[in-house]
Design a protein around this ligand. Sequence first.
Ligand code: FAD
Ligand code: EPU
Length: 338
Amino acid sequence: MRLEHDADLTRLNTFGVRARTAVLAQFSSLDELRGLLAAPELKQRPRLVLGGGSNVLFTRDWPGVVLLNEIPGIALEREDEEHVWLRSGAGVVWNDLVMYTVERGWGGIENLSLIPGKVGAAPMQNIGAYGVELKDTFSALEALRLEDGAVVEFHAAECRFGYRESFFKHEGRDRFIITSLTLRLKKHGAPNTAYGAIRDVLAERGITDPTVRDVSEAVMNIRRSKLPDPAELGNAGSFFKNPMVPMAQAEALRRKHPGLVSYPAPGGLVKVAAGWLIEQAGWKGRYSGACGVHQDQALVLVNRGGASGQAIYDLSEQVLRSVWDRFGIALEREVNII
Ligand code: FAD
Ligand code: EPU
């Protein structure tokens, strides 16, 4: 447990925006977390839990305590003929957990290779990539309820997972700190290669019967070619969600814009590629001072050094307005605005 007053958060958010917090506190166990929450000097302050800071945008300093989750540990909870139940501390780096499973040939999260951040934040937006979402292997999680300090177990139905959505992003926001996650993985993984780009990489490499590792490597390859590395260029991945629109609206849009990129979604809806909308609205590669829209992936807003969180937020507001004016679609931010 470590406490620091008036601490700098610049290195603790992948946008690399400058922000400070009144108190920064790290915790590596449930007991340490409980101790922090009970400490008289921290009790009345607003709390913000952070993992890797890869899905937040600080538009101001934080007046309370930032709690940095460092709870370690990966353990096999149980197994049967076909599955393993793997439990991870919420402070484990997500990709370390993925690599742990890939090394053992356990299937289920290899398509989620290289997503930045910590395990504890993964359920928050039901992380997803390349045809797989966290919910597909989710078994349970434990979270500390702030109002009474109780540890509560959540199963999938209670988490209300959706596309980049969960209970923790809405009713549960600021009320729970996720402390552990248990996944159910396949021992003899039949990897999910439904995503076209994965199949293309495997074909290029002449792989016809891919292993979990092959798929993980293909995904890492695709990601490295598309997404900017926050160590080199500040960003938080996709800034907006891909919007879901009714079929009739998608058809009307396609008549007007034959190039529209969209995919069928559950419930008779159509998922529209926000990156395409933003590119068509003329934003791709455009900068406003130090912040801008990435030149290869228009869904990613970037900070090339020194942009304030407010400037990035203002840019997102402009992008949002112009997509609305041009297409009548209201984009929704994926990144958590602080
Ligand atoms: P943080 O940014 O620290 O926190 C995010 C939110 O979760 C905050 O509101 C925070 O308060 C809350 N939170 C964090 N930890 C806990 C906890 N233990 N309990 C309760 N609440 C908590 N996301 C995808 O889904 N798919 C992708 O393909 C993807 N690609 C990305 C690529 C890049 C280059 C980057 C920078 C980001 C990408 N992301 C992607 C977004 C991001 O990596 C994920 O949302 C990730 O899960 C965030 O983890 P984190 O630990 O950094 O969360
Ligand atoms: N596109 C454009 N111009 C752009 C960007 C995209 O036209 O500048 C079009 C292209 O046609 C492209 C399509 O949009 O084929 C989809 O783009 P991409 O495959 O890059 O995926 P995405 O929809 O932009 C989503 C997730 C990513 C995830 C990838 C892979 C959301 C909001 N984003 O991006 O997640 O890694 O798919 O599954 O759903 C994140 O959440 O932070 C994130 C990076």
